[in-house]
Design a protein. Structure first.
Length: 144
């Protein structure tokens, strides 16, 4: 399995690792089948701009790299813009992922959405988007 230089960089030097105390939004998503778990923390200002974003991920290198890239892609942007982040944009920003690892980028997208949903709930704003259930089957292919 070959990873791009960007994936390797975000895996070996992940950005924004950690927790945010008193975060405005916290999202946790996981995939029971492969064991990847992502926890995303958002700090959001009065203009609904994400001023800080941190993550803790338990998972493979691709899960860590996609979490790292997702935080980079939403930091400094509005909550509305963050909700438009797609797993495809994460994959593209990382210069691609092996097909068997694309589900990691889906988890990164959902972790952001889950944190925004938590933020909306805290401020009394309706959550008008769906969160996925990731306990679906997908194949893990082992390559030599």
């Amino acid at each position: 399995m070959k990873y791009s230089e960007k994936v390797m960089d975000h895996f070996t030097n992940p950005r924004n690792v950690g927790e945010i105390e008193n975060a405005d939004g916290v999202g946790v998503v996981g995939n029971a089948k492969c064991g990847d778990i992502m926890k995303m923390y958002l700090k959001i200002d009065e203009n609904e701009v994400i001023t800080d974003c941190k993550f803790k991920t338990f998972g493979c290198g691709a899960a860590i790299a996609t979490s790292s890239m997702a935080t980079e892609l939403v930091k400094g942007h509005t909550v509305e813009e963050a909700l438009k982040l797609t797993n495809s944009a994460v994959v593209e920003a990382l210069d691609g992922l092996p097909a068997v690892k694309v589900h990691c980028s889906v988890l990164a997208e959902e972790a952001i959405k889950s944190a925004v949903a938590d933020y909306y709930t805290k401020i009394g704003k309706p959550v008008d988007f769906e969160l996925e259930d990731h306990d679906h089957d997908h194949d893990h292919v082992v390559e030599d």
